[in-house]
Design a protein around this ligand. Structure first.
Ligand code: EPZ
Length: 417
């Protein structure tokens, strides 16, 4: 198992190019199940979850070729309609194969993902959406078995704007008969990107990235080529790392429009932000001001940046509240930050963060992707040496993070044990 050793207290400085978005690439790669024609997806990050997606697609009958960040997905033969538990248990997003396979073949069997470190994460919104389109569902030995002679376009209102359920239904609805209107849909930029790809494949998806998505069905989808949007969560994590160390940097390829809520909060905390087409500059000249956040579905403050924001606030002047409303258990990093000298008290979904002039290095442990990234942010700012164990969590969402941070002057190395 790998660990990071970080010697903190050095301002990050320089220029770095951000990667393609993991959470946009995953559903887009899975959408290739809607066709037998070749698809080319560019700007795909080289991450563990992406490699797991390749294995998932291969297990279902696709062939994958990749060269750098360009991925080709090709047909190999007849597709399977059963997703293997061995893969689903490693990556919950595997459940997104349900929509394309159900839409195409009228049947699919997907293991119901269990809870994970950050919450129970049921898939009831996906299932009730499929049922609204005319599917039946029953459960068998831990799998959801969905069937529909032909899905029918309908009006579907989601009880919560779930990112995954919106994506699953958009893909299924392309092959349904008639028009589907998904209201209270998730509005994340990754959904807009999936909609753009589906349209390149010959779909007709209108309003992806807004609260109401209309999908005209009865389509036969073709192959398509698409470049994935930049990763807003990686961008946000890097911005917060630069700010926490009192540094200044340019993130190339980053999209400020996708990060408005975070950039507003970072400015309020004293960060200087300048952005233009394809870049964001950030600098932080003094200790940040304490600024509270409440996570919400997009365009609210993203839950995926709650943990790195908390690391920044550990160093703020004053105290503030962090409120997590999207996941029920996303404060696993808080106890580890306290080990580094942070002042954090958690009660249910609310954390009070009392800023301190400095943090100190300590041995800590990552327990989920973003919580792990938050420990990196804190360690880069802390005095002394931090060892972060279980880096495999961080590797799921950040490509060679240590190599890239070194380009900004960080003292960070990976050790194998
Ligand atoms: C996506 O997960 C992202 N993953 C997550 O990123 C992100 O944190 C999350 O959206 C919220 O922005 C991918 O895109 C691969 P949801 P997803 O369905 O689709 C509840 C990361 O760190 N819910 O919007 O699983 C659920 O339990 C990951 O990169 C139901 O109750 O998120 C959660 O509390 C972590 N029933 C909330 O909704 C359902 O059927 C949001 O889940 C579906 C969801």
């Amino acid at each position: 198992m790998d660990s990071f050793i970080i010697e903190g207290g050095r301002p990050l400085k320089g220029t770095l190019r951000v990667s393609g978005s993991k959470n946009a690439a995953l559903p887009i790669l899975i959408a290739t199940l809607l066709t037998d024609e070749a698809c080319e997806i560019d700007n795909v990050p080289n991450l563990r979850d992406i490699r797991t997606t390749f294995r998932l697609l291969e297990s279902l009958g696709k062939r994958i070729e990749y060269d750098g960040d360009a991925v080709r997905v090709l047909a190999r033969g007849r597709l399977e309609t059963r997703a293997p538990y061995e893969i689903v248990k490693q990556m919950r997003a595997s459940v997104l194969v349900a929509g394309p396979l159900l839409g195409r073949f009228g049947t699919v069997r997907v293991p119901i993902p269990g809870g994970c470190a950050i919450g129970m994460r049921p898939i009831d919104i996906h299932i009730s959406g499929f049922k609204a389109l005319g599917a039946t569902e029953h459960e068998e030995t831990g799998d959801a078995v969905l069937k529909a002679a032909r899905l029918k376009g309908r009006r579907v209102r989601l009880r919560f704007p779930s990112v995954g359920a919106t994506e699953n239904l958009m893909m299924a609805a392309c092959l349904a008969s008639g028009t589907t209107v998904i209201s209270n849909a998730a509005q994340e930029p990754e959904i807009e990107d999936l909609g753009a790809f589906l349209n390149k494949m010959g779909g007709e998806v209108i309003g992806a990235g807004t609260g109401v998505v209309t999908v005209k069905g009865d389509r036969r989808l073709r192959g398509g080529q698409h470049a994935v949007i930049p990763d807003r969560v990686e961008t946000g994590t890097l911005l917060l790392a630069v700010a926490a160390t009192g540094g200044s940097a340019r993130l190339e390829g980053a999209c400020a429009d996708h990060l408005k809520a975070v950039l507003d909060k970072l400015s309020a905390a004293g960060g200087r932000i300048r952005s233009g087409y394809g870049f964001i500059d950030v600098s932080m000249a003094s200790r940040p001001k304490a600024v509270g956040i409440k996570t919400l579905p997009h365009p609210g403050f993203p839950t995926d940046l709650q943990a790195p924001w908390m690391s920044l606030m550990c160093l703020a002047r004053g105290s503030c509240l962090v409120v997590e409303t999207v996941f029920e258990n996303r404060y696993l990093h808080a106890g580890e930050l306290v080990r580094m000298g942070a002042g954090i008290q958690v009660r249910g979904s609310v954390a009070r963060v009392s800023g301190r002039p400095s943090l100190s290095g300590a041995p800590v442990m990552a327990s989920d992707i973003r919580g792990g990234a938050a420990l990196v942010v804190a360690a880069l700012a802390a005095h002394g040496k931090t060892k972060i164990q279980r880096v495999y969590h961080i590797d799921r969402g950040y490509e060679r993070l240590e190599v890239r941070l070194r380009r900004l002057g960080a003292r960070i190395r990976r050790v194998r044990e």
